[in-house]
Design a protein around this ligand. Structure first.
Ligand SMILES: [Ca+2]
Length: 245
């Protein structure tokens, strides 16, 4: 076989078109962390809308009439979906919530990406890996919070950044992507705002990381392990994607 023919054969997979409906991963703003990349912010309503419209998706929350909020117990909230996270239409830069683990994973696949593993998520959230991070972050340092040494920059219950309280049992709700201060590795909202599904199963349920606006700062820490059923859509849970590794 001639070298040119061999080269042509080897090049075929690289020239193969992406799956039908797949979006270029470049549409995602991603940060390299060791051998993988992770979204700099939670997947937004605007991003998720492109996926839903492209694929004709009706989410589990939409089909059931709404996702869940915790009040006296878990309550299904009529009309609360990724389009209307608190019952009213959300802005394109708000995080996409009320999505199941399966829907989050499907979004990432559609975008040419995947959900981060639990280990990747934790590494990205707590260990600064940038070659020359801006102050006060220092390369190689492990931080107690995804926001750094202090939890206060994150949108958690004790330091709410939002103002939407009327329809909520407690807390002020999520805030738009990139509206808080970037934390470790330049990532927004790895601590709080919305919980994030990761690709990790424990006892038949899927892990969520980072906590949300509904909890205080301690829930943001790495040793806080939380899980939910994979088909559970809640106002507190969103996601971000990864690639490589
Ligand atoms: Ca988050």
């Amino acid at each position: 076989m001639s070298p040119s023919l061999l080269a042509a054969i080897l090049a075929i997979p690289l020239l193969a078109p992406p799956p039908a409906g797949a979006q270029p991963a470049a549409a995602h703003d991603m940060q390299r962390v060791d051998g993988f990349e992770i979204d700099r912010h939670e997947v937004t309503i605007g991003q998720f809308r492109r996926f839903a419209e492209s694929t004709g998706l009706a989410t589990a929350a939409e089909k059931a009439g709404g996702g869940f909020q915790f009040r006296a117990g878990w309550e299904r909230m009529a009309g609360w979906t990724w389009r209307a996270p608190f019952g009213q239409p959300g802005a394109d830069d708000e995080p996409a919530v009320h999505v199941t683990w399966h829907e989050a994973a499907a979004y990432c696949r559609w975008a040419g990406l995947r959900l981060p593993s639990d280990a990747e998520w934790v590494r990205a959230a707590f260990v600064e890996t940038r070659a020359d991070p801006p102050a006060p972050f220092r390369r190689g340092e492990t931080y107690p919070y995804p926001s750094g040494t202090s939890p206060d920059a994150a949108n958690h219950l004790d330091a709410p950044k939002g103002a939407r309280a009327a329809s909520l049992s407690r807390g002020a709700g999520h805030v738009p992507a990139r509206s808080t201060a970037p934390g470790v590795n330049g990532l927004w909202d790895m601590g709080a705002n919305a919980w994030e599904w990761v690709d990790h199963e424990a006892g038949g349920v899927k892990r969520t990381r980072g906590s949300s606006w509904w909890y205080g700062a301690s829930q943001m820490r790495a040793d806080n392990l939380a899980e939910k059923p994979a088909d559970f859509p809640a106002v507190y849970i969103g996601f971000r994607c990864a690639r490589g590794g």
